[in-house]
Design a protein around this ligand. Structure first.
Ligand SMILES: O=C(O)CCC(=O)C(=O)O
Ligand SMILES: [Fe+2]
Length: 315
């Protein structure tokens, strides 16, 4: 049924998608502004360097903060990721192949090892990262990230609304899903913090962002969700594409309601932690899971707990 509608839609210049996505945008827009009108403004940020970064984030839609973390801390995270990924049970269902039919990797193939299955899948993802890897919650609570989010959204009420912990592989599969340009539409505005767990150059799949596209959504871009490189490059110009290559310890922050994708890898793999901040739930309330606060191996301040308002506790 879904495929049939898609076929008809393609025949009529994606008019159905245009209407659908425009309605979604409108709904998100009204929800967002309704919510914002009730919120209080954040404390003025008085760190000059950070202020500059936030101004640049507002203007371009993306910033890179160099040497934010010690490389040793990142290496520890990677060790943790490597341990978790060895157990099939710790992973979300792994989509097989380059096309869109929903087939998932079975345990028998997974058990042949990463060197084998990495040719068959785009990426693997750790299930419920804040539950599996408690230290990630501390990262989500980083006061600089929260300050950036509060100032970006110009409200005191920001929440953690998503988390993703995944490894993307180099292989011969075509670029699909997040490897094609798109704007996230889970909320009207989303700020994502990207932390690579390995150095990422042009060949190891940098996150790519179309500068200023968070403020400039061509009406007709609602005709589709995923766009080919040629269309975006022509529309915005080659110079507008920012490739977020980075060294271990750097952090990237982006408003992913602008056009972006993960570049297809030409070698190795890329491991990345993503934490989302927004002012209301994403996806109409699909919740991020966390442990009970007292089950984390560090103290969480009372004032910080409310940032997890839209999460649910794993039982
Ligand atoms: O893998 C990437 O770099 C892209 C990720 C992405 O599209 C997202 O997190 O919204
Ligand atoms: Fe995305």
């Amino acid at each position: 049924m879904k495929n049939l509608i898609k076929k008809i839609d393609n025949k009529i210049f994606n008019l159905l998608s245009l209407i659908n996505y425009t309605l979604i945008d409108l709904k998100l827009f009204f929800n967002y502004h309704l919510k914002k009108s009730k919120n209080s403004n954040p404390d003025k940020n008085n760190d000059l360097n950070l202020s500059k970064k936030i101004t640049s984030l507002k203007s371009n839609g993306i910033i890179k903060i160099k040497k934010f973390y010690d490389a040793l801390l990142i290496k520890d995270l990677e060790k943790d990721f490597n341990n978790l990924k060895n157990d099939f049970e710790n992973l979300s269902p792994i989509k097989v192949g380059g096309d869109t039919n929903d087939q998932f990797l079975g345990k028998e193939i997974f058990d042949k090892g990463e060197n084998y299955f990495k040719k068959l899948v785009k990426n693997i993802q750790i299930k419920d990262p804040f539950v599996m890897s408690p230290n990630l919650l501390k990262i989500a609570l980083n006061q600089t990230f929260i300050k950036i989010a509060k100032n970006y959204f110009n409200t005191d009420e920001v929440y953690v609304t998503g988390v993703n912990y995944r490894r993307s592989y180099f292989n011969d599969l075509p670029a699909i899903d997040t490897q094609m340009y798109h704007r996230d539409r889970n909320a009207y505005k989303i700020l994502k913090v990207f932390i690579y767990l390995n150095d990422v150059d042009e060949d190891t799949g940098p996150f790519q962002y179309v500068l200023k596209s968070h403020k400039n959504w061509p009406f007709l871009s609602n005709r589709k969700y995923r766009w080919k490189d040629e269309y975006i490059e022509k529309k915005y110009g080659q110079d507008s594409i920012f490739s977020a290559t980075s060294l271990m310890g750097d952090v990237i922050v982006a408003d992913t309601t602008g056009f972006h994708k993960g570049k297809k890898l030409n070698k190795n793999y890329r491991t990345m932690l993503t934490i989302n901040y927004s002012i209301s739930t994403e996806n109409g309330g699909q919740k991020v899971k966390i442990r009970k606060f007292e089950d984390y191996p560090f103290k969480i301040k009372e004032k910080d707990k409310k940032i997890f308002k839209f999460t649910s506790v794993q039982v």
